[in-house]
Design a protein around this ligand. Structure first.
Ligand code: PEP
Ligand code: MN
Length: 332
């Protein structure tokens, strides 16, 4: 159950009643809120004098639910907005990892020339093997800060564990939480405390319910700017790296108020399928795409098989706008 409380409630009082009702209390866009378990079916009597509005929810998908907020939430990234009543589909593109200044500035120049505003690149890489390239860490974040400054791009970069979550929040315009970090509650809680937009990727073995519940940790921390990213789940199929769950995307669009992003690169795992999946994603009317591109993919230090070279990316990019326009959207 979600309760909107009287605006004059003090943070101390909010904390006190949240604690005594085993609830999450927070102040979001000037509305104090209390979120109780979905098992609670009536406003507790002791709270009635504080409550201005109540919402009975039938599962622990609460703040993210369209039953609570029927309008899609808005995400502000630099001078751009997605979600809400915009018709924008944001392209977030760039290499899997930041490898050098030369590499990242080449990518930034390329994207800028195409009119793309948002650069993705990881610096703390959650690799499956300890012997693989782990990313440049803080040094890479500094390069990203320089790229943002020099090219005027917004940057999205990922957090791998809680030891550097505050650093990543500080350097990024959008914080990415990856498929393996999705269950890390210290990351989720830290992202709840910031006002930076968060792109939360679905764990590759995560149900839709668990995925949205992870988003609830961030929302109930007080950060309303959360995007859900489908990046492929693990199925019996092993010819492709993962299976892009577009049916799950349809569910998220129907039942949640969070903008939805599709990442075809990690789902496919091979560059040959990425353009088709990207076009399918745009046709579904999602709010954004996350696509890996690298100046020389065959030499990439991570995810070499799936990154598009510039020529491949550019020819894909030119096919997306007409598809977006056909369903009343535009690529930004
Ligand atoms: C990435 O975006 O490079 C990445 C590691 O993604 P995921 O967490 O989806 O594997
Ligand atoms: Mn990658």
């Amino acid at each position: 159950m979600i309760l909107h409380l009287n605006e004059d409630i003090t943070p101390e009082k909010l904390f006190e009643i949240a604690t005594s009702h085993e609830a999450v209390g927070f102040i979001d866009q000037s509305t104090p809120k209390l979120v109780l378990s979905s098992q609670v079916k009536e406003v507790p009597e002791s709270l009635t004098s504080f409550v201005s509005e109540s919402f009975l929810m039938d599962s622990d998908i609460q703040l993210a639910s369209r039953a609570y907020l029927s309008e899609k939430r808005t995400i502000n990234i630099g001078n751009h907005t997605i979600g809400g009543n915009t018709n924008n589909t944001m392209m977030m593109a760039g290499p899997c990892s930041i490898e050098s200044w030369q590499q990242i500035s080449e990518v930034a120049t390329f994207l800028k020339n195409l009119g793309i505003q948002t650069l993705r690149a990881g610096s703390f890489k959650p690799r499956t093997s300890p012997y693989s390239f782990q990313g440049l860490g803080e040094e890479g974040l500094k390069m990203l800060a320089d790229v943002r400054e020099e090219f005027g791009l917004n940057v999205i970069t990922e957090v791998k564990d809680s030891s550097h979550v505050d650093l990543v929040i500080e350097y990024s315009d959008i914080v990415q939480i990856g498929t393996k970090a999705m269950y890390d509650q210290s990351i989720l809680r830290a992202c709840g405390k910031t006002k930076k937009p968060v792109l939360l990727k679905r764990g590759f073995g995560t149900t839709l319910q668990e995925f949205v519940q992870a988003a609830e940790f961030i929302l109930s921390g007080g950060n309303s700017e959360v995007m859900l990213c489908e990046r492929g789940i693990r199925t019996f199929e092993n010819k492709t790296r993962f299976t892009l769950d577009l049916t799950g995307v349809a569910y998220l669009k129907e039942y949640t108020n969070l903008p939805v992003i599709i990442d075809p690169s990690h789902a496919m795992g091979y560059r040959y399928g990425v353009p088709d999946l990207a076009r399918a994603a745009v046709a579904m009317g999602v709010d954004g795409l996350l696509i890996e591109t690298h100046p020389t993919p065959e030499q990439a230090k991570s995810d070499a098989a799936q990154q598009l070279n510039f020529r491949e990316f550019e020819s894909l990019f030119h096919t997306l706008q007409p598809i977006a326009n056909a369903i009343g959207k535009q690529i930004i």
